[in-house]
Write a protein that binds this ligand. Structure first.
Ligand SMILES: [Zn+2]
Length: 194
């Protein structure tokens, strides 16, 4: 039997509104991965994006109730505002986010969750920040706020909120070494090399 590679769709593109460097509004990117027999969502964005996410599911002819796994890149509200749309999913979060209730807790550095789909620990923005590396038609990294915006990657600027600058930069580098395309936490996907 031939394996079809993992596919990736963006359910809603994240956004960040800043005023004098203060974040006024934040909605995360939400992404859908299909690989093998698994349907996976990475982050569920904020409540304001619920209609957009539902619309994307309808367009893709996928039902939210059929989602098997939701990966929470980190435990901030603008990345988990629509978790309740996925009643049958297992929710995965890193141990260092300190959010064990109702979640499968990942410890360590990497965890494969489907063929060509691997969760990688990318701390910096928070201690338990994780990214999802996908081998599809290209190599994608869905980073949450390890890489909030393209600018952070291009200029090697750590996320505005971080607990350790060096660790945050190491994580950005790790994402860049793997990915052809980065799907950042709060902006449009972009190619690593251009
Ligand atoms: Zn965050």
């Amino acid at each position: 039997m031939e394996m079809t590679p993992a596919t990736l769709d963006i359910l809603t593109v994240g956004h960040l509104v800043k005023e004098n460097d203060v974040v006024k509004e934040a909605h995360s990117t939400s992404a859908l991965i299909r690989s093998g027999d698994k349907t996976i969502v990475v982050d569920t964005s904020s409540k304001e994006r619920r209609d957009a996410i539902k619309y994307s599911f309808r367009s893709l002819k996928v039902l939210p109730k059929d989602v098997d796994i939701v990966v929470t890149t980190h435990a901030h509200g603008d990345h988990m505002g629509n978790d309740e749309l996925f009643p049958n999913a297992q929710f995965i979060v890193h141990e260092e986010e300190g959010l064990s209730e109702g979640h499968r807790v990942m410890d360590g550095d990497i965890l494969e969750i489907a063929p060509g789909v691997v969760i990688v620990h990318t701390p910096g923005h928070s201690r338990g920040s994780i990214s999802v590396f996908v081998e599809g038609d290209e190599r994608y990294a869905i980073t949450g706020d390890a890489v909030p915006l393209e600018d952070n990657f291009r200029r090697m600027v750590p996320p505005g909120i971080h607990f350790d600058r060096e660790i945050a930069l190491q994580s950005i580098n790790r994402v860049g070494e793997f990915a052809d395309i980065i799907v950042p936490g709060h902006g449009f996907p972009f190619p690593v090399r251009r």
